[in-house]
Design a protein around this ligand. Structure first.
Ligand code: PLP
Length: 389
């Protein structure tokens, strides 16, 4: 047989995040690798979806999502950030933020277009760009605050640069971009006439009184920004696959067509459940997310410090990168496998977030876990550190 897999497969590696989840299951460990929150779904959201099934909301929806959900997204966006969004023409409901970004890349990028990605990056951003034949170009941020300069951006821009991607709050770094940094990026994007893709899926997970600033809200940015978010993290419904794009009407139809072609629509009753959450949950629900997760962040950062695995304390999102240079192994992967075998706690090796070996002394833990699970993982880390580091 002369059949073989297509060329794209060579460029697309199996996600290390998924690999580690499989390894974790094999070893019966606590899975702090994948960004799956095991917290409770708000009852209004769950009930909304169940009711929608009973009410017969079971068919394909309009290609850009249910009216109820688009209207609820527009209202929520206005209340949260003051942005005016037209629910009829400027929102595309998608199969998660993942589907939104993939559809947007297909709709707006050509083969060979370069897209600037801040490093460390979320693996799917790089892989999805490569899958759509675009070329990621990296700007490395400097810890502990994951800073960068205008010169860093100027150094990588070429005639082929078509876009820049901002993930704020960021995975895996936990970086929350400041207004100053967003101004730097917006001036750069305007001068070089670039699209700005954003991934704001962790918009409600910000710590120490920081504020999430949607890049589209900066002067001159609305028209060129393809803002992506979703409800996976906010309502702990990662398996429901409900996300969305907010963008100028010039781009939304094209993005919607690709979203339709890839998966027709996000699951109809689950769109309704998400809409019920957006309609009925008040500001205190969203404020509480930051409060609750900040406690979890502090718990795991304390444990990592005690263990001798110095963390880069995250400003937002629900991951923490930490230093694993003291753990045996010649690569990040070997080090995290050592930790998994020793204490049965899984994390993601740092190489997964860099295009070269730069992450080999880092690992990422996800702290979106019930307190009992998180406390047990912390206890194991502390005990490992006290014996070995
Ligand atoms: N974007 C980032 C930065 C993420 O960390 C994740 C999940 O871990 C996603 C997107 C996936 O979002 P969704 O479930 O809406 O596809």
């Amino acid at each position: 047989m002369s059949l073989s897999t297509g060329n794209r497969l060579k460029w697309v590696k199996q996600s290390e995040i998924r690999n580690m989840s499989i390894e974790c299951e094999k070893h019966g460990g606590i899975n702090l690798s994948q960004g799956v929150c095991d917290l409770e779904v708000p009852s209004i959201v769950a009930q909304g979806a169940k009711q929608a099934i009973d009410d017969g909301v079971n068919a394909y929806t309009r290609y850009d999502g249910l009216n109820e959900l688009r209207e609820a997204i527009a209202k929520r966006q206005k209340n949260f950030s003051g942005m005016e969004v037209d629910p009829e023409n400027e929102i595309v409901v998608s199969s998660g933020a993942t589907g939104a970004l993939f559809s947007a890349f297909l709709a707006l990028l050509n083969a060979g277009d370069e897209v600037i990605l801040f490093e460390p990056y979320y693996g799917y951003h790089a892989i999805n760009l490569v899958s759509t034949l675009a070329v990621p170009v990296y700007v490395r941020m400097t810890p502990p605050d994951w800073t960068f300069s205008r010169e860093d951006l100027d150094k990588v821009v070429t005639k082929k640069t078509k876009a820049i991607l901002i993930n704020t709050p960021g995975n895996p770094s936990g970086k929350v971009f400041t207004t100053e940094e967003l101004k730097t990026i917006s001036e750069f994007a305007i001068e070089n006439d670039l699209f700005v893709f954003t991934d704001e899926i962790y918009e409600y997970f910000v710590y120490d009184d920081r504020q999430h600033i949607p890049p589209a809200s900066l002067p001159g940015m609305r028209e060129r920004t393809i803002m992506v978010s979703g409800l996976s993290k906010t309502y702990s419904i990662t398996g429901w696959r409900v996300g969305y794009v907010i963008c100028d009407a010039k781009w939304s139809t094209a993005i919607g067509y690709f979203s339709d072609m890839l998966y027709a629509c996000a699951p109809a009753p689950l769109q309704m459940g998400a809409a019920m959450g957006l309609i009925h949950l008040g500001p205190e629900f969203y404020d509480n997310i930051s409060k609750e997760y900040q406690k979890k962040r502090d718990r795991i950062c304390d444990a990592l410090n005690t263990a001798g695995l110095t963390p880069f304390v995250p400003q937002g999102a629900y991951y923490v990168l930490c230093d694993i240079s003291g753990i045996p192994g010649s690569s990040g992967k070997k080090k995290v496998m050592h930790l998994l075998k020793e204490i049965k706690v899984a994390s993601v090796p740092g190489e997964a977030f860099y295009h070269d070996a730069a992450g080999e002394n880092l690992t990422r833990f996800c702290f979106a876990k019930e307190d009992t699970v998180l406390n047990e993982a912390c206890r194991r880390l502390e005990s490992y550190g006290s014996k070995n580091l």
